[in-house]
Design a protein around this ligand. Sequence first.
Ligand code: ADP
Ligand code: MG
Length: 325
Amino acid sequence: MKDILKIEDITVDFMLAKGVLRASNKVSLNVREGEIIGLVGESGSGKTTLTSTLLNIVSRPGEISDGKIWYNGKNVLELNTNDLNAYRWQEVAMIFQAAQNSMNPIMTIKEHFLETVAAHKKDYKEEEVVAKASKLLEQVRLNPERVLGSYPHQLSGGMKQRTIIALSLILDPKVLILDEPTTALDVITQAYIFEILKEIHDELNVTMIMSTHDVAVIGSMADRIAVMYAGEIVELGTVYDIFDNPKHPYTKGLITATPSLTDDITKRKAIRGNPPNLIKRPEGCQFAPRCEFKTAECEKEAIQLRKAGDDHVVRCCRFERLGEN
Ligand code: ADP
Ligand code: MG
């Protein structure tokens, strides 16, 4: 499968009074056309930072200090304002974390659709936008007549999120980035939204990059999963690799810590310790200070990703020797 997006050595620094906080540390990741790739990691692991770089919109005081984002042979980080505006939403659209709260309270949903199209296209016909919006709203299982005339506050949280999904698709993007798309919602609504997203993916064949701190939900959705820790990808593989054959001690911990309906609660254990201070990163492996398998070699120098299988890489210098631990 062809790569549609390629992240190469992306480094993001937040210039803070206390020092430089490196939120993304030379991250490389290829996104394949048509796949659903999950970015999994606890809060603060750099999911939002990384996904924001795909649209070149890292929030202040952050700076992309190194790296490239390749799309259609061009480095997104070097696009001029016009090209960047055309790329955003028409090529790659993003649903931001807590996007429901950023809807304009004094605009109807129909106006949200029209405004979005107007921001990206000079010529458009209102009837055509409304017809397309209606189709998309039906696709997310909402009643277009009712929703188009509503104001955001007249919709429930789940309805708002589904509206935003429809809105993100109005310009037929090829890639959709979803940053923790269901975090603010209850479990039943979450499951429903994932079902709808899966349907949309299959029908429209849109590539999806979806971040979540909830490992359990992404398993049923994604083709591949990237596990993030302290602004790095520590393991990348198929869903099978990550869930049934994890290699990195952190991934193993994350999977064991995840509640499932069938597991034995007494066997669930949290990973001891806390993620490192990103202003004063540890030498060598970023997970070493918490890792029960660390040896002196882990703390000597930065650990590179190593091949663990056909489509599986892991950032651990000892994984072969850890066996089935
Ligand atoms: P995630 O989305 O996985 O929760 P983030 O990308 O939001 O992680 O954050 C990664 C790191 O960058 C965290 O240590 C966070 O505190 C820091 N960070 C993110 N945004 C800012 C900001 N605007 N100012 C300072 N630090 C930030
Ligand atoms: Mg985030």
